[in-house]
Design a binder for this molecule. Structure first.
Ligand SMILES: Cc1cc2nc3c(=O)[nH]c(=O)nc-3n(C[C@H](O)[C@H](O)[C@H](O)COP(=O)(O)OP(=O)(O)OC[C@H]3O[C@@H](n4cnc5c(N)ncnc54)[C@H](O)[C@@H]3O)c2cc1C
Length: 559
């Protein structure tokens, strides 16, 4: 077992509660993507909800979602099918009760989005449903062709803004969770205008999204720096499944282009994958060919790239109806045109990229974390829905279902607590850098180095030697970066990325088998004895009250 990450201090910056401005709210939600906003919309008007977003509210993974949201909406489909597909993709690590609960709630959550003004695409007056890899039926509701996230978030942001009880603070970085007496009490924040401040709340929801920015090749926007994962770890909250990062098989691979996702729905409509020699290789790797689950497709592409010694493969849509393709994928059509590619004729260069962080804060079926007072929802959490590999289009769904559940549970908790004076506990921190090295650290260079290392050693395929090398290197960086006290978001994000990277590497080294998105060259088979979660926490761990049973079940604890 690799040594765990020793943190130099509990809070990234020093503060004295007596010297900072204080704000108070009933429910504090860190993150304004689909999970955070759904939680906010579930808080009735008699309570005050505050949503914090580190960039503008529209800048989130949710906004960029293309393919759509999975749900059984066709009479010929069934809950049992959606459940079976989710369990198959999860390779033994899903929690079957959670899967059933989420799948059964999907149609209600989709209808709720419609009632809030989301326009899903229609054919002949009925919802048009797409099909994606791993799904046995067409069950993906999509909007504006391939701009589902943009349309859903437009409607949700509009709803949230129209509610007087919800405030949204944009461009406001949350640095750390405030804990006192074994409970989460609020957060320490910073923004350019107001500087540092403390926000105290009766309930805190973590909905900070994913970790794609830890990788050189990723589909995620710049906000996805795993802040929530790292701040939860510093607060002693249990995390699990951190070795599972899902790689999306088809990311546009063009010099000079940001790494845009080319949705799985392209393959759902019949696109082929070809190698540099024009050979359609997927049937050789999987009976479902291009419609195999994501982990299988990414792995096959990685093998074919290595076999042909070429940095990418190609998507081919030239055999499909050009009118249909342009109509169904308008934004991909525009994107490719801007790189002088015609999607209906040309081969589109693609390679896999880090896409979805499966691991995160362990939550129970009500979204409660191991730390009383802290709930989590969406990509930052580990609910048990995805297991070792997320089924396509199940994540927007998870954000909605858990956002709603978190809100319901918080409201019940606040109601039960009755009138409650929100007090300021004596939380403060001293943080002085042992040796101020900030000026000498080139954060851009370090960021590039970390992302390259993660891509090489913690990427689609891994082995003990590579993981050891990655651990040694990240430990070295941690030794001179974590003791620094930065005073801007770039520095805190770098520290969060290093902490999360180290946790992911530790978990990947611990799982000596191949399962789902975690593929070990030195242990190529799944090992039934390792069909369990790997959990991590930074001592001292808070009593895992809500998850006592679940915690007892997870034997493999790195601490
Ligand atoms: C290109 C792309 C396409 C995708 N397509 C699909 C799809 O078709 N179907 C599907 O189901 N899933 C899809 N996914 C995955 C899905 O979009 C995400 O898993 C989901 O949107 C995550 O939602 P979230 O609310 O958990 O996080 P996000 O939507 O990422 O929101 C995170 C929020 O947290 C805030 N935040 C983060 N750190 C801090 C901090 N320190 N302080 C304050 N605020 C902070 C951010 O500002 C943001 O508001 C896609 C993802 C990408 C990147």
């Amino acid at each position: 077992m690799l040594s765990p990450l020793a943190l130099p201090r509990r809070y990234l910056v020093g503060f004295d509660a007596r010297e900072l401005p204080h704000h108070f709210t009933d429910v504090l939600i860190v993150g304004g993507g689909i999970a955070g906003l759904r939680a906010a919309l579930g808080i009735p008007d008699e309570f005050r909800a505050l949503v914090l977003t580190k960039d503008e509210v529209r800048e989130s993974n949710s906004h960029y979602a293309q393919g759509g949201i999975a749900g059984v909406m066709d009479p010929n489909d069934s809950f049992d099918n959606h459940i079976a597909d989710t369990l198959t993709a999860g390779k033994g690590l899903c929690d079957p009760e959670v899967v059933e609960m989420v799948v059964r709630e999907a149609p209600d959550r989709i209808h709720e989005l419609i009632s809030w003004g989301t326009h899903f695409d229609q054919v002949d007056g009925r919802m048009s449903l797409g099909r994606e890899g791993g799904h046995s039926h067409a069950r993906i509701a999509h909007a504006m062709g391939d701009e589902t996230g943009r349309e859903i978030m437009r409607a949700m942001i509009h709803q949230a803004r129209s509610r007087k009880s919800i405030r949204i603070w944009q461009n406001c970085s949350t640095i750390d969770l405030l804990t006192h007496d074994g409970r989460c009490r609020g957060v320490l924040v910073w923004d350019k205008r107001r500087g540092f401040a403390l926000v105290w709340s009766r309930a805190v929801v973590l909905a900070t999204g994913g970790a794609g920015q830890l990788y050189r090749e990723t589909t995620n926007p710049p906000i996805a720096t795993a802040d929530g994962h790292a701040m939860a770890y510093r607060a002693g909250v249990e995390l699990r499944d951190m070795e599972f990062m899902q790689f999306h098989p088809t990311v546009l691979y063009m010099a000079g282009s940001a790494r845009h996702l080319l949705t799985e729905a392209l393959r759902g409509e019949g696109a082929y994958l070809r190698d540099r020699d024009g050979y359609r290789f997927m049937p050789e790797y999987h009976p479902l060919a291009e419609l195999a689950p994501r982990d299988d497709v990414s792995l096959a592409i990685a093998h074919q790239m290595a076999k042909t010694r070429h940095p990418n493969v190609y998507l081919d849509l030239s055999h499909l109806d050009p009118e249909l393709i342009r109509h169904r994928f308008p934004s991909i059509d525009r994107l490719c045109q801007s790189f002088d590619l015609d999607i209906t004729r040309d081969l589109i260069p693609v390679c896999p990229g880090a896409h979805y962080m499966i691991g995160g804060v362990t939550v129970d079926d009500l979204g409660r974390s191991s730390l009383p007072g802290l709930w989590a929802a969406g990509e930052v959490s580990s609910s048990g829905l995805h297991g070792a590999n997320r089924l396509a289009s199940n994540s927007l769904l998870e954000g909605l279902v858990y956002g709603a559940r978190v809100a319901e549970n918080i409201v019940r908790t606040l109601d039960e607590a009755g009138a409650w004076r929100l007090e300021v506990p004596p939380v403060s921190a001293r943080a002085t850098a042992t040796r101020d090295n900030r000026a000498r650290i080139d954060l851009d260079d370090l960021r590039k180095s970390l992302r390259a290392l993660m891509w090489r050693r913690m990427g689609i395929t891994r082995d003990a030697e590579g993981l050891k090398e990655a651990a040694v290197q990240v430990d070295h960086w941690c030794r001179y970066v974590l003791p620094q006290v930065f005073d801007d978001p770039a520095g805190w994000a770098m520290q969060n990325m290093l902490i999360t990277a180290r946790l992911m590497i530790a978990a990947a080294a611990e799982r000596r088998e191949s399962r789902g998105t975690h593929s070990r060259v030195d242990f190529p088979e799944a090992d039934p004895a390792q069909n369990r979660h790997i959990t991590l926490h930074y001592p001292p761990i808070w009593p895992p009250e809500p998850n006592r049973e679940r915690a007892a079940r997870s034997e493999n604890r790195l601490s």
